[in-house]
Write a protein that binds this ligand. Sequence first.
Ligand code: FES
Length: 266
Amino acid sequence: MSSTTDASAGRAQIAERTLRTDRWWLPPLATLVGLSAWVIYATVRVFLQQWYFVPDHNYLSPFYSPCISYGCVPEAAHFGRVLPDLPWLPYAAVSLPFLLLFRLTCYYYRKAYYRSFWASPPACAVAEPHRRYTGETRFPLLLQNAHRYFFYIALIITVINTYDAIKAFQNADGSLGFGLGNIILVVNVVLLWIYTVSCHSCRSIIGGRLNHFSRHPLRYRLWGLVSRLNTRHMEWAWITLATLAITDFYIMAVSAGWFADPRIIN
Ligand code: FES
């Protein structure tokens, strides 16, 4: 067998790091900037521990949901308060670590940060700087395989976000209310559902291990729907990062009194 067809020969021996002449570095750079900016914003907001709730309209920031710390104002604690009030402990410490793990182990984000933060590799047909490549076969990257379990937890948290969005239609005095904040909260939660169910694990849970789709027409229909959403999983991942930040920022702005929530029904 010639050396050019021998699989054990490894990569082509070329001096250049890549033969690509396009701006291959642009997508990983944009990802690096975008993800870093989001993480900085979210970290600041989560530890700020104020301007997360609008009591008049029951608007609760998704970064503080469920609000279960003794530091939470009682009206925002829809599920009770059990965590101690400490400056280094986020009010939603029960959900945020799992949401972080859900996104960190997401198939799309893995690709994104492997490329942009790790340069492993930075782009197709661009050699990586690392000497060794072990993929996800060893600790800690082996834990990426737990994604399916974080998906189940993310489902529960999305139900909680949905409850928050519904609760926000109730004013502090119990009357029905509807304002711009409700629209933002509902749009955010609908997109969170789309991102969550477009998950690759969800697709495999719904359609996996079936030998005959014809014997499971409901699962087949659901699998078809999830598969269609799944083709745009990357877009949903970015869109929901944006809507989460926008929703939190809007609630912060109204809560801090920077402007009043425009009301359609008071
Ligand atoms: Fe992205 Fe599951 S693959 S959330």
